[in-house]
Design a protein around this ligand. Structure first.
Ligand code: ADP
Length: 380
């Protein structure tokens, strides 16, 4: 990796570009960044800057890879972005109204600024397209699936795919022969059951609201509660949506913060922080049990993302009293592991538990390189 960066608050006051090079020197630029095209112009300018840049000319850029949140049922893998692909992505706006429009803007900006350079789309939903109908159809009238595409899609697919691949490499096993449960625990959290290299179920559903307790999202609950609260509190659909997505989860239960670090610190002194943590870890435990049953066993469990990579407390609470399932946690190794790749179970543990820092950018870069290489191999 030559450099990594971030553009925040596009179109808002306090917009900021952060650029970090491989030698860890960081440059921050603040200013007016009115839209995505200007944002990408800034990115190109800094990548090419004689002082802070890592490229000498635009010609060094062979392709651009884009992370796209929702690919619906149209994409089960990464693709070269054509007009047809953009049409399909546009159709998915309904499913991800907050995410797909900026993704499309980013693609349009990159196309305008780097014409003739291949652009590749990597979809967060793609890895979960192998989930079978009995795991993706909800118990609603079937016609709603046909009419509106109401089904489980799942998210964080790029991360679940990356850690699946890494576990197979670490275990020196063909991914087609092992059963893995991958726990992506960040502000948004999801778990996936990956059997023989394929996702067969995941906790997020039609939207990222389902499943685990998250920073500010409810996760699983009785859907009748929504109607009940809307009636009692006289809330509109949009207000209810905000409550479910922004005011619930760890923040809503604790009343303190959505940030796991604060919850951990207050675990022993604050009852509601303790409750939020207990709900969070209890649900992960339940999903692990469910997915082990769904796959007929489990060989390895992975923790990744902000909480999974850093919080030995969460990992211990999840893995405690799971010897019946074959998990023998090594408490010392667990406590010592932070943001690095490591096994945290005792040697000989029937089920191996790993911490693996996720790397979605690497997957996007590698998929992009693969697709561009195929393109170059084709006769013109
Ligand atoms: P996102 O889902 O936005 O990509 P991240 O994967 O960065 O989020 O995860 C953010 C979460 O990780 C926050 O809840 C944060 O508190 C938690 N986290 C980060 N560092 C630590 C740490 N050292 N200990 C516990 N939790 C941490």
């Amino acid at each position: 990796m030559l450099a990594k960066g971030l553009v925040e608050r596009i179109g808002l006051s306090g917009a900021m570009l952060t650029h970090e090079t491989f030698d860890k020197s960081t440059v921050k630029m603040s200013g007016e960044i009115l839209d995505h095209r200007i944002a990408i112009e800034y990115v190109l300018t800094i990548l090419l800057s004689p002082r802070h840049g890592v490229l000498k000319s635009r010609k060094e850029i062979d392709a651009v890879g884009h992370r796209v949140v929702h690919g619906g049922e149209a994409f089960s893998g990464s693709v070269l972005i054509s007009d047809e692909v953009i049409r399909e992505m546009t159709k998915c706006i309904d499913f991800a109204p907050l995410h797909n429009p900026p993704n499309l803007k980013g693609i349009a900006a990159a196309k305008a600024l780097l014409p003739d350079i291949p652009q590749v789309g990597v979809f967060d939903t793609a890895f979960h397209q192998t989930i079978p109908p009995h795991a993706y159809i909800y118990g609603l009238p079937y016609v709603l699936y046909k009419r509106y595409g109401i089904r489980r899609y799942g998210f964080h697919g790029t991360s679940h795919r990356y850690v699946t691949q890494r576990v197979s490499e670490i275990l020196k096993k063909d991914p087609g022969t092992i059963k893995i449960i991958t726990c992506h625990l960040g502000n948004g959290s999801s778990i996936a059951a990956v059997k023989n290299g394929k996702s067969i179920d995941t906790s997020m559903g039609f939207t990222p609201l389902e499943g685990l307790l998250m920073g500010t999202r409810t996760g699983d609950m009785d859907p009748a509660i929504i109607l009940h609260i809307m009636g009692k509190e006289e809330l509109t659909a949009s207000e209810m949506n905000t409550m479910l997505n922004k005011h619930s989860g760890i923040l809503g239960v604790s009343g303190i913060s959505s940030d796991m670090r604060e919850i951990e610190e207050l675990y022993h002194s604050n009852e509601r922080a303790r409750l939020a943590m207990d709900i969070f870890t209890f649900r992960i435990k339940k999903y692990i049990g469910a997915y082990a049953a769904a796959m007929g066993g489990v060989d390895a469990i992975v923790f990744t993302a902000g909480i999974g990579e850093n919080s030995d407390m969460v990992r211990e609470m999840v893995c405690k009293n799971m010897e019946f399932l074959g998990i023998q946690l090594d408490e010392k190794k667990n406590q010592e592991t932070r943001k690095t790749e490591a096994e945290i179970t005792r040697s000989g543990s029937p089920v191996k538990v790993f911490v693996i820092p996720t790397n979605e950018e690497l997957v996007i870069a590698m998929d992009t390189a693969r697709i561009v290489a195929q393109l170059q191999a084709q006769p013109a």
